[in-house]
Design a protein around this ligand. Structure first.
Ligand SMILES: Cc1cc2nc3c(=O)[nH]c(=O)nc-3n(C[C@H](O)[C@H](O)[C@H](O)COP(=O)(O)OP(=O)(O)OC[C@H]3O[C@@H](n4cnc5c(N)ncnc54)[C@H](O)[C@@H]3O)c2cc1C
Length: 346
């Protein structure tokens, strides 16, 4: 007798989000990962859940918006079932407006949000002087603030989701035979495997480095400025990241590129300069060609599915991605945006 309807390979945020959605719909789920929970990119520390801008609208933005709007109740449910705090908070985001062009774009986005964010979030232009000491420097004294952005603690959230899955009867192991349908959510290893199997490039990794600082400002908005994210968590820390390295020798080691990033962070918010650096972290993002999630039926294997390509927004799109995959796997309904489908890159 089988004990699982769905076997998920990969215990990162993608695999676990698919497992959770299937479990919530009554399927029996097994998760296999030889390296354990959050061993890959999902073991990170940054956790910006940041929307694409609400102008120049297209379906990738819509998918991400829906996912970000789902996130609050999704993570509240995970916290309630698991008893663990994923560190979710809808704190918003600040971005300094640097010049007249930036101001025009910001006004376009104010209008775009009115049209596309369903009255559930806003893009605003506010005075830096109204934001106190947490305002990033803007030569115009103006900041774009959106109220859709949130933050999460990636590593804690992934472990909380794993605990919730176990609590609801999902089974975890580091090895074993698949049962039922299979979902390959194996991140970079999966993209490399597909590339090898199909004889064409399906995706690559881009390395990112980040740091965690001791600084307590739990309800402050995240900041995106000078190409860095500054993300206050609810545990007395602020995460900063990330580098974007297309070539790398040591995927999980930090180096002087992180020191350069920290200098940029201190330029944006000088008060962080005296904060103790608690940890430095590096990982590799799974980036499918086209920089979009890669979801759907496996191109060559029966009863097998792929959930990959989270790249820089894996945590942001995870709730909706899990649902779309469960629609396909359990109900045969393909609700995945056309551009995200595996067949779109074949
Ligand atoms: C520095 C950095 C900062 C980031 N910041 C953000 C951010 O602010 N916001 C955001 O949304 N995203 C961010 N991301 C991206 C996010 O972390 C990824 O999109 C996401 O973690 C990808 O999840 P995944 O489950 O696809 O892959 P992974 O987390 O890498 O999981 C893949 C899993 O598959 C397992 N595996 C490999 N081979 C096998 C096999 N044969 N069988 C079974 N299991 C296998 C691995 O052990 C691993 O656990 C960041 C990433 C990095 C590196």
């Amino acid at each position: 007798m089988t004990t699982a309807d769905v076997t998920v390979r990969g215990a990162g945020i993608f695999g676990l989000s698919v497992a959770w959605a299937c479990l919530r719909r009554g399927a029996r789920v097994k998760v296999i990962d030889p390296n354990g929970v959050a061993a890959g990119a999902s073991g990170g520390i940054v956790g910006a859940l940041a929307p694409h801008t609400p102008d120049n609208w297209y379906d990738k933005k819509e998918f991400q918006r829906d996912s970000l709007l789902m996130a609050e109740s999704y993570w509240a449910d995970v916290a309630q079932v698991s008893g663990h705090d994923p560190g979710y908070g809808r704190v918003g985001r600040l971005q300094p407006i640097m010049n007249e062009r930036g101001l025009k774009l910001a006004h376009d986005r104010v209008e775009g949000a009115k049209t596309h964010w369903l009255g559930q979030a806003e893009w605003q232009v506010v005075k830096a002087s109204d934001l106190g000491h947490w305002a990033p420097y803007s030569p115009m004294g103006l900041i774009a603030r959106d109220t859709l952005s949130a933050r999460i603690h990636p590593r804690r959230a992934t472990h909380a989701l794993a605990a919730a899955i176990q609590e609801k009867g999902g089974v975890f192991s580091t090895e074993g035979e698949p049962e039922g349908v299979e979902v390959w959510a194996t991140g970079l290893a999966g993209l490399e495997q597909l590339t090898h199997e199909l004889g064409k490039e399906i995706g690559v990794g881009t390395k990112g480095q980040a740091a965690l600082l001791a600084y307590n400002n739990p309800t402050a908005p995240q900041i995106y400025a000078s190409d860095v994210y500054i993300v206050p968590h609810n545990d007395g820390t602020v995460a900063v990241g990330s580098t974007n390295e297309k070539t790398y020798d040591r995927p999980t080691e930090t180096d002087e590129k992180l020191d350069e990033l920290l200098e940029r962070v201190f330029g944006v918010l000088p008060q962080l300069k005296t904060a103790k650096i608690l940890s430095r972290w590096a990982g590799v993002r799974p980036r499918a060609i086209g920089r979009r999630p890669l979801l759907g039926a496996h191109p060559t294997r029966e009863k097998t599915y792929i959930a990959n390509g989270g790249f820089k927004i894996g945590f942001g799109v995870a709730p909706k991605m899990g649902d779309a995959m469960a629609d396909l796997i359990l109900d045969g309904q393909n609700t995945i945006p056309t551009d995200f489908r595996v067949e779109s890159i074949l």
